[in-house]
Every structure is written in C-alpha cells, then in structure tokens.
Write a protein that binds this ligand. Structure first.
Ligand code: ATP
Ligand code: FE2
Length: 332
C-alpha cells in the first residue's frame, strides 16, 4: 500500500511555509520564510509577492529535505483563511498548481484550527482549551458538538499585533514580540500600571497599547520596564480568560498555540494557572507555534482521512474564515 505523504502550504500573512508530513503524523520538512518590512507594518501585496517569489524554491527544498519524490505526495493542503487576501491567493494558487501537476487532491484548511491540531499532534493534549495567541488572532477555543467553538476572543486587535505596533512606535524591529520578551528580562520589575481589559471571556488591547506608548514616549519610562509591564498585564488577561473557559467547560487541559505562545513568560503564567487547578499544560515547540506548513499539511490530512473532499470550486479563499465554520469530521 502506498504511504500517504502530505504537502502543506501556509500563506495567510507574513510567512510562507512549506511543510511535509506523513499519514502517521511524522514531520518530514518544515520550511518557513518571513517577510520583514523595512519600516511600517506588513503590506499585503508585498507579502504576497515575497511568497510567490520564495514558494517554488522552497517546494523543491522541502521535497529534498523530506527525502521523498514529488510523485510520492498524495495530498496537497493549503491555508484557505482567515488572512490577508493577496497572501491567501498566492498560497492557494501555488497549491492548486501543485495539486494539478501531481494529480492529487486539494484540501483548503482553516488556519486557526491548524494551530490547534498541530498542538494535539505533537503533545499529549487530547481535548484541551486552546489559547490561540498570534499576531492577527487571539481566541479561546474548545471542541464542542462537532465544531471548534470560540468561547472568548479579542474585541479589537490580536495580542501579537499589539506587541508589534508598540515595537514599531518604539523603533524596534519586526516582529517585536521576541524583542520585548528579551527586554522584559532586563527590567527592574517595576510594574507600570496599564489598562487591564477583560469583559467576560473577551479581552481588548488597544487601551493597553496607548497607555504603554504614553508611558514610554511621554513619561520616559525605561523600555525594559514598559516591555515587562505590557507582558505582565496582557498575559495575565489571557490567563484569566483561559482559566474561566476551563472552569466553565469543565476541561482539565490547556494547550497554547500561535506565535505569541513562544513567549516563556506566557507559558509560565498559563502553566502555573493550570497546575494550581490540577490541570495539564501543553505547548508545541516554538517552530510549530508560529505560522508553518506542517500544521496545514496535518490538518488537511485529518480532514481528508475522515472523508472530506473538495472540488476546485470549494477551494476559494476566505479572508474571514471562522473557526466554527468547519465541520470537525475527524473527532467524535
Ligand atoms: P495568525 O494568522 O494566526 O494571526 P500570525 O500571522 O500573527 O498568525 P504567527 O506566526 O502565528 O503569525 O505569530 C506572529 C506573532 O507572534 C507576531 O506578532 C510576533 O511578534 C509574535 N511572537 C513571536 N515570538 C514571540 C515571543 N517570543 N514573544 C511574544 N510574541 C512573539
Ligand atoms: Fe498564525
């Protein structure tokens, strides 16, 4: 019997990712390239051009790294949404071309669900509450009656966007999340009071962003202390709503996902919360937290192997693809 080899193409925003996994969930290749704007934020058109330029070479490289032949690939999956239109279209076009030239099925994958499923694959989490903390998204997700439901989310910007916007205004390189993490370690741990905005299971970050910029630019507080205070406040908000969702749903597992889940302080806060509740804490390794093609390949395989099929017309991109719009056929 032919072994299944799945190619995954991720391209919702700044990163183009090519991943290859097999049907047993072994990661064979995980290549990523991120566009780093000289200044200002991500320009969707420029990011799409970057992805189009890098994708063909990365595809060849991924196949070589995986040690497979193109004709061994049995399924092509791609990030169908949510994300930036031009980036999504570029990834979808690359995936359609690969699927046609290899003569194998094509599967459009919800990017948010992929962040969750990769965590279930590489950790022992079975039925967790997922704290999905990335640039564009901040959601508390759990499985319920055949869907991944969003129990809480940001009411304005994603936590990573908040960190990156602060960084941009403060003259830090993109992405600022990891830079702020390093700075925070040098802080005198003198906590600056910043708006703590939790409403039920939702959070908001724009007030915190404004106040943090004010503290740095007008009040001339040390950048290290501002970085520290942003992290302490924003991560405490996330930990609080995650705990509330776990209590409400009676779930004893928590899983982190998304680029901000790389942050050690966020991991520590959520882990401590889980331990205090007698719950289990999980987080994937950093290179599977950020946008990557592996998570797309694996989720595409979960869909395909549980009976989902897509015709070309089902593979249109969806910039506002909702987490709860997908029928989760691979779980009971
Ligand atoms: P999505 O489409 O899921 O919203 P995304 O496009 O934001 O994803 P990711 O790669 O999941 O992409 O996350 C990128 C974000 O993660 C950036 O905002 C970046 O600043 C943040 N980030 C990365 N590493 C760290 C870190 N160590 N601490 C805090 N934030 C981090
Ligand atoms: Fe992402």
């Amino acid at each position: 019997m032919k072994r299944d080899i799945i190619l995954g193409i991720e391209g919702t925003a700044h990163t183009i990712g090519i991943g290859i996994v097999n049907g047993d969930g072994e990661v064979l290749a995980n290549l990523r390239r991120m566009i780093k704007p000289e200044k200002g934020g991500i320009h969707p058109r420029e990011a799409a051009n970057h992805h189009a330029e890098k994708a063909p070479g990365m595809l060849k490289e991924a196949i070589a790294v995986a040690g497979v032949r193109p004709e061994d690939i049995t399924l092509v999956a791609f990030s169908q949404g949510p994300g930036l239109g031009p980036c999504l279209r570029t990834a979808a076009t690359a995936a359609r071309a690969a699927s046609i030239s290899l003569g194998v099925p094509l599967m459009g994958v919800n990017h948010c669900i992929a962040h969750l499923e990769i965590g279930r694959l590489v950790t022992d989490a079975e039925d967790p509450v997922l704290l999905y903390a990335s640039g564009g998204n901040t959601q508390i997700i759990a499985f319920n009656e055949g869907r991944y439901r969003v129990f809480g989310e940001t009411l304005d910007i994603g936590i990573g966007n908040m960190l990156d916007k602060f960084g941009r205004e403060a003259g830090l390189p993109f992405p600022a999340g990891p830079v702020l993490e390093k700075l925070s370690l040098k802080s005198s741990e003198d906590l600056i009071e910043l708006p703590y905005s939790v409403k039920g299971m939702d959070v908001a970050f724009s007030g915190l962003l404004t106040a943090a910029l004010n503290a740095y630019k007008r009040k001339k507080r040390a950048l290290e202390d501002v970085a520290y205070s942003i992290q302490e406040t924003a991560f405490a908000m996330l930990t609080e709503v995650t705990e509330r969702a776990m209590a409400h749903l009676g779930i004893e597992e928590v899983l982190l996902g998304g680029g901000v889940a790389r942050n050690s302080r966020l991991r520590e806060m959520v882990r401590t919360m889980a331990e205090e509740r007698g719950a289990r804490f999980f987080a994937p390794p950093g290179d599977l937290c950020v946008d990557n093609g592996v998570m797309i390949a694996w989720t595409g395989w979960l869909m395909y192997s549980s009976g989902t099929r897509m015709k070309i017309e089902d593979t249109a991109i969806n910039q506002r693809f909702r987490t709860d719009a997908v029928d989760v056929t691979w779980r009971d």
